[in-house]
Design a protein around this ligand. Structure first.
Ligand SMILES: [Fe+2]
Ligand SMILES: [Fe+2]
Length: 169
């Protein structure tokens, strides 16, 4: 199966499909991804960064629910398999690392991957919203896009401090 639901006929349908996938992605991050990463890390700054982004991600869920007119907690019509795979990879690789610093390095790498996926999705959604003339939705999607970029940059900054503490050989 491709990255979109088959039989979409126009940009509006593609936009709705990707919004559903983004909502599924955010719900997985809020319910499973970030709580798991918070539990795994022993670094205070990293934990605080994950906790702050968990709060932001709850806001990302509500923004998408507002755009989609979705009922809170209602089952998504489309599940984001990319996010499911990224979360799965993050939790299994963290479990494989017995060293706490190395585990933090892996968690940062996993976090960066998730943020880059979200940046790609929100960048696309914002562009499509503008093409479709949905300017309020584009502004809401842009707010989330900027928060994803900031989260990615914070993880990159933390990686420069934490990676040097990890065993290199
Ligand atoms: Fe998000
Ligand atoms: Fe994010």
């Amino acid at each position: 199966m491709g990255i979109f639901t088959p039989n979409v006929h126009n940009l509006h349908e593609l936009y709705q499909d990707l919004l559903q996938r983004a909502l599924s992605s955010e719900r997985q991050i809020v319910n499973d991804g970030l709580p798991g990463m918070i539990k795994e890390t022993t670094n205070v700054e990293l934990r605080e960064a994950f906790e702050a982004h968990l709060d932001e991600s709850r806001m990302h869920v509500s923004r998408l629910e507002r755009i989609l007119d979705a009922v809170e907690g209602e089952e998504n019509s489309t599940r984001c398999k990319t996010t499911a795979a990224l979360i799965n990879e993050a939790s299994s690789s963290a479990k494989d690392a017995p060293d706490a610093q190395l585990r933090d390095v892996l968690l940062i790498a996993a976090g960066n991957k998730v943020e880059h996926h979200e940046i790609a999705v929100y960048g696309t959604l914002k562009t499509w919203a503008e093409i479709l003339g949905e300017f309020e939705e584009a502004a809401s999607l842009d707010k989330t896009l900027q928060e994803e970029k900031a989260a990615d940059e914070l993880l990159t900054r933390l990686s420069k401090l934490i990676n040097v503490e990890a065993p290199v050989a």
